[in-house]
Design a protein around this ligand. Structure first.
Ligand code: ADP
Ligand code: MG
Length: 212
């Protein structure tokens, strides 16, 4: 069973004060976990560390017992491409690429032909209520739609771990339900889903809650 562990993590940005001081938590497969806390507390930073985008100042991150946070860049990149999906706070789609190419981007990092996943990308867009023309570009869709396209991008590789940074921040109630149900379904297939949020409704729908 998949486990993702934060062991005694402390992090400081250059010149900044330590945040997440000696933070430890074990995330288990099949569960959604909500991370809350006031702005600036370190929710996004915690997700970046768990997702191997930032290296903790002290402490380490393990996936299935293997320490990954201290590995070289190319090793962490390989694990990110194969095991992690991200939904960034403001979607962060590549404005120069089509929606389909944004969703399929991680295929390149797994040496998969994106064409073999094209139908899956369309299926995810339909599933999350963004069945838009796939050749459109991010500048031609709304912020809420961009957030749902970002969710499709995170799920395309069926990752063991999904890290979602305020994924419903721009969404109306109906889209919020679609996104949270989708994340819960993904967790139910034996995956780990971690969601930072300010929404008490989202917290109530998650299995576990960490208040930073
Ligand atoms: P949250 O997601 O809970 O709002 P963040 O993880 O974004 O918090 O930020 C935690 C703290 O780190 C804040 O004080 C923020 O100003 C600071 N911070 C975030 N990113 C950087 C950065 N790239 N360089 C320096 N300080 C940063
Ligand atoms: Mg944040």
């Amino acid at each position: 069973m998949t486990t993702l562990e934060a062991h005694n993590i402390t992090f400081a940005y250059p010149g900044g004060n330590p945040i997440l001081t000696t933070w430890s938590h074990t995330f288990t497969a099949g569960q959604t976990t909500a991370i809350t806390g006031p702005s600036g507390r370190g929710k996004s930073t915690a997700l970046y560390i768990l997702g191997l985008l930032l290296t903790p100042t002290t402490g380490h991150v393990t996936l299935n017992g293997q320490t990954l946070s201290n590995r070289p860049d190319h090793t962490r990149s390989w694990h990110r491409a194969h095991h992690f999906g991200f939904v960034f706070q403001n979607a962060e789609l590549d404005p120069t690429r089509t929606l389909a190419d944004n969703i399929l981007e991680s295929c390149h990092y797994r040496n998969e032909n994106p064409a073999t996943r094209h139908n899956h990308a369309l299926h995810l867009m339909e599933r999350y209520g963004v069945a838009l023309p796939p050749h459109r570009r991010p500048g031609q869709i709304s912020g809420g739609q961009a957030q749902r396209v970002a969710l499709c991008r995170a799920l395309i590789g069926d990752p063991l771990v999904v890290l979602a940074d305020e994924p419903t921040g721009n969404l109306d109630a109906q889209s919020t339900t679609a996104v949270i149900n989708g994340l819960k379904e993904h967790a139910a297939t034996g995956r780990i889903v971690i969601i930072s949020t300010h929404s008490p409704d989202v917290v109530a729908q998650c299995d576990t809650h960490i208040d930073l």
